[in-house]
Write a protein that binds this ligand. Structure first.
Ligand SMILES: Cc1cc2nc3c(=O)[nH]c(=O)nc-3n(C[C@H](O)[C@H](O)[C@H](O)COP(=O)(O)OP(=O)(O)OC[C@H]3O[C@@H](n4cnc5c(N)ncnc54)[C@H](O)[C@@H]3O)c2cc1C
Length: 383
């Protein structure tokens, strides 16, 4: 058993860390305030090949692996969760279904611009009526001649409203199964298709610079060949996509925990009270030690889940454990980091204030903490 990264993975981590510290961190507060990512940041990420990390070179990717993608997500989240989630959602939710479930023709057509970061993909599962209950979809796609006609709507969709948004992959009801339940399939809808409208940006508690929108489909027509994967396999394929995505979300939570450590170590050495740096108070130092403990444990959890995922066997329990642990750890670390900063922790120009707002969604997106506990309990044969 060896817990160390390969030398090239270590090297890559350093490159992304330098980019995060030198390019992203100085702009993070302004992007948060503007509620928008700088196009230039996305261009630089694209130039580094981040959007194509786990995809083969023949599709415009970097030919690396899922663990390497998660390393990038962790390093970016250390300074800015909005940038990290933009990458995570574009790759593991937006492009991955096309890579995993698409035909060779579909991969050749849609993957290269996504892998090169010229376009970003979005993942359209959640609807206003329910996210955890993914089977209760209302959006319908019916085959009319050689076209799918889509009617319905999606809620809380990441990366669909950016200048470079290229497509959304939808889960839609396409019929009824023999057992009377809805047949769900995945259909690719390119940006700009008539009948597909992107609603306004939500005003969110955190992840301000990440794009989250409602999507509306009214008589939206796409060619029959835009069906992704087998007809009727749409729910299973999307749930598998989410399972994989949880590993990357756990890496994102780990990065946020580590960012809290970084900021608190700096601040606790500089800030004086009662004639000494606050780091000298055990009550403060122990809070920071506990943050490091959480970051370290969360990292072990996501890395183990990533190794299992890449090994090709079942990894659902490990992914749920990593996502649940890292997201709850991130919320706790962010709360404690604000506490270590006192009043300044409540002022938006301090990174920990942003971390505090950004952390909470990790317990909700890509399966709530309750859903993760349900999945773990099910693995234990309890349900
Ligand atoms: C910023 C942001 C970005 C997002 N990006 C995307 C995206 O790109 N694509 C996408 O498809 N979705 C996206 N989502 C949606 C997200 O995945 C859902 O919000 C999430 O899955 C929860 O669904 P819900 O909001 O409908 O909550 P609900 O499912 O209504 O849950 C409400 C509460 O009930 C609990 N609950 C529900 N069912 C059970 C149960 N059986 N047992 C116990 N407790 C239960 C939940 O845990 C939760 O506490 C995003 C959401 C946000 C806020």
């Amino acid at each position: 058993m060896d817990f160390s990264l390969e030398p090239e993975q270590e090297e890559f981590r350093k490159i992304v860390r330098a980019f995060a510290e030198e390019v992203v961190a100085p702009r993070a507060e302004a992007m948060d305030r503007a509620e928008e990512l700088d196009e230039d940041v996305l261009d630089q990420m694209a130039g580094m090949g981040l959007f194509g990390l786990p995809f083969p070179e023949r599709y415009g990717g970097m030919g690396a692996d899922y663990l390497t993608l998660c390393l990038a997500v962790e390093e970016l989240a250390r300074v800015d969760s909005s940038v990290a989630i933009t990458l995570e959602a574009a790759v593991s939710l937006g492009a991955m279904p096309i890579y995993r479930f698409g035909s060779e023709r579909q991969r050749e057509r849609w993957l290269p611009p996504l892998a090169r970061g010229e376009r970003l993909g979005a993942f359209g599962l959640t609807e206003a009526g329910g996210g955890s209950d993914a089977g209760a979809l209302r959006t319908r796609a019916r085959l009319e001649g050689d076209e799918w006609v889509i009617d319905g709507g999606k809620a809380f969709i990441t990366n669909a409203g950016l200048a470079r948004s290229g497509l959304v992959t939808l889960a839609a009801v396409t019929g009824e199964r023999a057992d009377g339940r809805a047949e769900v399939s995945n259909v690719v809808v390119p940006a700009g298709t008539p009948g597909y409208r992107v609603g306004r940006r939500y005003s969110k508690v955190g992840w301000h610079a990440s794009d989250t929108r409602e999507l509306i489909f009214e008589g939206c027509r796409v060619p029959a060949e835009n069906l992704l994967g087998e007809q009727g396999a749409g729910l299973a394929n999307f749930l598998r996509t989410l399972e994989e995505g949880r590993v990357a979300i756990a890496a994102l939570g780990t990065g946020l925990c580590q960012g809290c450590v970084d900021e608190c170590v700096k601040y606790a050495r500089e800030r004086h009270a009662f004639g000494q740096p606050i780091a000298m108070f055990q009550a403060v130092a122990f809070k920071i030690a506990d943050m490091e403990l959480r970051a370290h444990t969360a990292r072990l959890a996501w890395q183990q889940a990533a190794v299992k995922l890449m090994g090709g066997g079942p990894f659902g329990k490990e992914a749920a454990i990593a996502k649940l642990y890292a997201s709850e750890a991130a919320v706790t670390c962010a709360r404690e980091a604000v506490q270590v900063h006192g009043g300044y922790g409540y002022i938006n120009e301090f990174p920990v204030a942003r971390f505090y707002r950004d952390a909470k969604i990790l317990e909700i997106g890509e399966g709530t903490s309750e859903v993760q506990r349900m999945l773990i309990a099910r693995e234990l044969g309890l349900r």
